[in-house]
Design a protein around this ligand. Structure first.
Ligand code: UDP
Length: 321
């Protein structure tokens, strides 16, 4: 099969490109390298079945030409990272809604299937745990910039499902706190790789607030398996799936588990939200997926425990930071 992966030099996008190529597919990877890093695709450099295109998804001509070439589009390109939502909410909406809308339109016109990477953030601060795909979305006010991401992905999901009604073949997947090698270690990255980076550079791990807020951390290999199943099973078309892990972990427990599996005698400090994100932030207290739909239709069952995933992640970063 021939695939287009947008956001190919992103954390999840780059793993996806590698797995699709390993499975014998031909892949075109599009990324403007604004957040993506070309090093993530180093293994595919000169591979006959992979071609990298350094361009933005806003370039209509390039996008149309690529969509014409392939059978399936994985739309992974987006503005991501909580600190970015509070710094540039307008850019979040532009990329995640405006350019995404154009991609759906082109895919519809050219009759190509789309797998759209959405997020567990769409559930917002709903506190009916666990979240199943048709649960309510609950957000704070527009004056709190954090919600720009949830709103952007929610709007894009509506767009996608609107095109599905008109005949587009599409699948929506909502990722729950993905971590692993090649994830961003900067202030814009997720909490796991921030903690790993802090620990390996002899800095204290900065647990926000009291660390009682929870997430379900999902190792990248599990996520890639689910993502590929979503793109290959006809019965998944037109549906929305949670892809995550069932184990709920508090942020403090995450920091403690990282200390335990690393064997490093590091420190944990507590940091007020305001100090890191500024005023326009509100946290999500608990986030847990209901995975029954993914289990039933995609045969998805995350296999990698938090301890094993953290060990793999720590080992990978040890040689690099
Ligand atoms: N967090 C933290 N320390 C950090 C970065 C994040 O305690 O250095 C917390 C953050 O406040 C949130 C959780 O970790 O409660 C997950 O944050 P992340 O940025 O990974 O993504 P989110 O799940 O909120 O989208």
């Amino acid at each position: 099969m021939k695939y287009l992966v947008t956001g190919a030099a992103g954390f999840i996008g780059s793993h996806l490109c590698k797995e699709l190529v390993t499975r014998g597919n031909k892949v075109w990877g599009l990324d403007n390298l604004s957040q993506g890093k070309i090093e993530r695709l180093q293994e595919l450099e000169d591979h006959p079945d992979f071609q990298f295109i350094d361009s933005c998804i806003s370039d209509d001509e390039v996008l149309e030409e690529l969509i014409n070439k392939v059978d399936i589009i994985y739309h992974m390109a987006a503005v991501v990272g909580v600190k970015r939502y509070v710094e540039k909410p307008e850019r979040v909406i532009d990329v995640n809604v405006r350019f995404t809308s154009r991609l759906f339109e082109l895919a519809y016109q050219l009759d190509k299937k789309v797998i759209f990477a959405s997020t567990s953030e769409v559930y917002g601060k709903n506190n009916s745990i666990p979240f199943s795909e048709d649960d309510n979305r609950i957000y704070g006010p527009s004056t709190t910039d954090r919600w720009s991401y949830a709103i952007s992905k929610s709007a894009a999901e509506h767009l996608c499902l609107g095109y599905v009604k008109k005949g587009l073949k599409a699948v929506i997947i909502r990722y729950f706190n993905v971590y692993g090698p090649y994830a961003d270690t900067s202030a814009y990255g997720g909490v796991v790789t921030r903690f790993v980076n802090q620990l390996l550079t002899n800095k204290p791990m900065t647990v926000h607030n009291d660390g009682s807020q929870t997430r379900c951390f999902t190792y990248i290999d599990d996520i890639i398996k689910g993502t590929i199943e979503a793109g290959s099973r006809p019965e998944a078309e037109g549906k929305v799936f949670n892809l995550g892990h069932h184990r709920e972990t508090s942020i403090l427990e995450l920091a403690e588990t990282i200390l335990k599996v690393s064997g490093i005698n590091g420190d944990i400090v507590f940091q007020p939200y305001k100090e890191f994100y500024g005023n326009s932030y509100e946290d999500i207290t608990r986030r847990v997926p209901d995975l029954s739909e993914a289990r039933k239709i995609l045969d998805y069952d995350p296999e990698i425990t938090l301890e094993d995933g953290l060990k793999k992640t720590l080992n990978w970063y040890k040689d690099r930071v």
